[in-house]
Design a protein around this ligand. Structure first.
Ligand SMILES: *Cc1c(COP(=O)(O)O)cnc(C)c1O
Length: 434
């Protein structure tokens, strides 16, 4: 049992994501999770709408993933990757190269999404380090999210990630406005004007452009037009700037394609994957690049790529990731995501008419209800738990990204809970206080 003392300990000693240590919001103790269901310590069952932040794509406690872990565990949980290698890393590498966009060939196994972004940015800098020009700036879109470590944070949306707090310490990069042209609207060529201008002015100093392809996730849950991504690729080619695609949230089928880059039929120079890579079992990410970039780095003054985490290529993580990719290789994800997309559209679009709702967007297995007002976090969280669902909104956004194996009934229950929530004015911050 999770005792009152356990709760007190948690409250006083354990930091949770983006949480005050003085005035923390309530946390719900979880006993176990199975399929698309989270069981609280109280015995209450919640339908999972978040896939534990994009990660648990196959649902929890998957027998194949568990078997891969336990089989690997009795061989070795970990050995250093410096000077040693192993079958789990090679197997994962092979599986990854079979599915990533054509042209990517060199894999760096990192220990979390943010680290894979650090690695990608460092790769881009090192690639240019032997050249005549100082190409050390990054160009990105406002409204993005790339992680919480410093280099990653420096290319997150400057307001959302409070760049003002780190002024003088955080490197200053270049931003163009949040994309306005939605995924399924007619493309407006003027949408790429700011990018064209930024390239024309700054290309000499640009190491890379870094973007989340198609879906801006934690920075606002926006879906932009594939043509914009195409333009970015063209501009990168024209001005000889690298393109980093951060597919940590979008990778492995979430948007209806294996990778969101496929919506625009482009290959980035550097690709970051994470989150769903191990099916949500444990932390692992990868930064995958081309022969050209790998060669450039290896010929740079340092002579090698300057990075090597202690837990690089962790065999347990590699084994479970390989198994997760094998599940994807069976191909069911594609019908599953299409079915979820249809059900989300049919179920959520009617909310567009609701007085408390500003916009509803659906792409692949992602459904977003953008409200007029920010949610009252503690209240809406308790409300959803009472409804038997796990949905964690942020700001004005109530959104779903369920495991691909969710049933029609479970998804209906998640959407009904959102319908019920938007009815309740008390679950939103009053208009005069935000
Ligand atoms: C979550 C996320 C990250 C950071 O990954 P962590 O594993 O939390 O460090 C980076 N980029 C995107 C697009 C993400 O969604």
């Amino acid at each position: 049992m999770f005792s009152t003392e356990d709760s007190e300990f948690d409250r006083h000693h354990l930091w949770h994501p983006y949480t005050s240590m003085l005035n923390p919001l309530p946390c719900y103790p979880v006993a176990s999770a199975q399929g698309c269901c989270i069981t609280l310590e109280t015995g209450q069952q919640l339908v999972e709408g978040m896939s534990s932040w994009w990660a648990a794509i196959h649902g929890y406690n998957h027998p194949d993933l568990n078997r891969a872990l336990s089989e690997q565990m009795v061989k070795m949980s970990h050995v250093m990757f410096g000077g040693l290698t192993h079958r789990p890393a090679v197997a994962l590498g092979r599986q990854l190269l079979a599915i990533v966009p054509q042209g990517l060939s060199k894999i760096f196994l990192a220990d979390s999404g943010s680290v894979s972004v650090e690695v990608a940015m460092k790769m881009a800098m090192q690639f240019w380090s032997g050249g005549q020009q100082r190409k050390q700036k990054f160009l990105t879109l406002r409204g993005g999210y790339h992680g919480d470590t410093y280099a990653a944070m420096s290319v997150c949306d400057p307001d959302n990630s409070m760049h003002s707090l780190w002024k003088g310490y955080l490197p200053e990069h270049l931003f163009v406005p949040v994309p306005q042209c939605a995924f399924d609207h007619p493309w407006q060529e003027s949408e790429a004007d700011a990018l064209r201008a930024a390239f024309a002015e700054h290309h000499h100093s640009l190491a890379a452009v870094i973007v989340e392809p198609i879906v801006q996730g934690a920075g606002g849950m926006r879906f932009y037009h594939p043509q914009l991504l195409k333009r970015i690729r063209e501009l990168c080619d024209r001005y000889d700037v690298l393109l980093i695609a951060d597919e940590i949230a979008t990778g492995f089928g979430r948007t209806g394609k294996m990778f969101a880059c496929e919506h625009a039929k482009i290959t980035p120079d550097i690709l970051c994957v994470g989150k769903g890579l191990t099916g949500g079992t444990m932390t692992l990410a990868a930064t995958i690049t081309t022969d050209r970039v790998a060669k450039g780095i290896s010929n740079s003054p340092a002579g090698c790529f300057m990075h090597g985490p202690t837990f690089m290529g962790n065999p347990l993580a590699c084994a479970v990731a390989t198994e997760s990719l094998k599940i994807l290789a069976k191909g069911d994800w594609s019908q599953q995501v299409t079915r979820i997309e249809q059900q989300l559209k049919t179920g959520l679009y009617p909310l567009r008419e609701h007085k408390n709702v500003n916009d509803v967007r659906v792409l692949g297995a992602i459904g977003v209800v953008e409200c007029h007002r920010p949610v009252a976090m503690a209240e809406i969280q308790a409300f959803f738990v009472n409804q038997g669902v796990w949905i964690r909104p942020f700001g004005k956004l109530i959104y779903l990204m369920p495991p691909y194996v969710i049933s029609e009934e479970q998804l209906a229950k998640l959407m009904a809970a959102i319908f019920n929530a938007v009815e309740q004015d008390a679950l939103f911050i009053p208009p005069d206080s935000f």
